[in-house]
Design a protein around this ligand. Structure first.
Ligand code: FES
Length: 134
């Protein structure tokens, strides 16, 4: 005869096993360096104007800079194992996970990352753009 304690113990064990499987899948994906699913980010004109005026800004994981009519966009996802890189003082980017450094154009300069930061494909969308990350 099973008791309430047995039932709860089994439920917790099942929940723990499920969490372990989900965690392993996420970790495996992160360690494989496999790309995330393709996504798009809208870059409306007002955001592009602000980026131009302020000398650049970070929006939804992207660095946006340059003229609003011809923006330059970098994906701030580290090309090593996909951590989020951050702009550093004096230009360039740094990854907090394993210390990769990129120059201001997103080219790797040190650390384990070997590929440059991705530049999303930009498509005109009204008076703004849509950035497509693959
Ligand atoms: S994820 Fe390893 S250096 Fe960025």
């Amino acid at each position: 005869m099973s008791s309430r304690r047995d039932f709860l113990s089994g439920a917790w064990a099942a929940a723990g096993a499920g969490a372990a499987v989900a965690g392993a899948a996420v970790l495996g994906k992160a360690l494989s360096g496999s790309p995330e699913e393709a996504r798009t980010v809208e870059l409306p004109e007002a955001l592009l104007m602000k980026a131009e005026r302020d000398g650049g800004l970070v929006h939804d994981g992207l660095l946006v800079r340059g003229p609003a009519t011809a923006p330059v966009v970098l994906d701030l996802t580290c090309t090593h194992l996909r951590c989020r890189v951050a702009p550093v003082e004096g230009g360039g980017f740094s990854c907090p996970c394993h210390g990769s450094r990129y120059d201001a154009e997103g080219r790797p300069v040190s650390g384990p990352a070997l590929k440059a930061l991705a530049r999303p494909h930009l498509m005109r969308a009204g008076s703004g753009f849509t950035a497509r990350l693959s």
